[in-house]
Write a protein that binds this ligand. Sequence first.
Ligand SMILES: [Zn+2]
Length: 215
Amino acid sequence: MLKYQIIPVTPYQQNCTLIWCDETRRAAVVDPGGDLHLIDQAVQNQGVTLEKILLTHGHLDHVGGTAELAQTAGLPIEGPQIEDKFWIDMLPQQAQMMGFPAPAPFCPQRWLNQGDTVALGNLTLEVRHCPGHTPGHIIFFHPESRLALVGDVLFQGSIGRTDFPRGDHTTLVNAIRQQLWPLGDDVAFIPGHGPMSTFGRERQSNPFVADKHYG
Ligand SMILES: [Zn+2]
């Protein structure tokens, strides 16, 4: 079974998420944007062993703590899709724009693509490529738990910004409708910011992607 704990980090309250396999207690940190002491605390409280870092996309509030965590804990980095490499290469500029200290550079050991799987203990996560907010944005889906970690693709009542370099609104809407909705209305999702919701609820009421707008 997959267990999780959401850890809001950075001044942007980004939903870094500790996920783990409850049989093996092997864990991954999804989107360690910063505030590593909070992540360490969660790891200790849950009594799990970190095995890897997973990244949805290359924005600073999602990846800012990656290099330091990877180095200190000796963890491999998986994701995002390689089209987000330019965002990771631009971390110093992102930090300057947001007024954050510049994090150390890093390069993922494994870029992820549509249809890839990620192993964690006895769990297998599925990868879907959902561009639009950023071109290399991916989401992680655990079918048995009916749970998805969607980064900045979809929020409760909103969708990701598309006014960044290489962002595109139509591409994002298509990704949500073609990659997320088929996973099932019952799927709960952890967004990059704010409260959780389900795909079914967003198909009903999300002002950007509800079904009624696409009769
Ligand atoms: Zn983002």
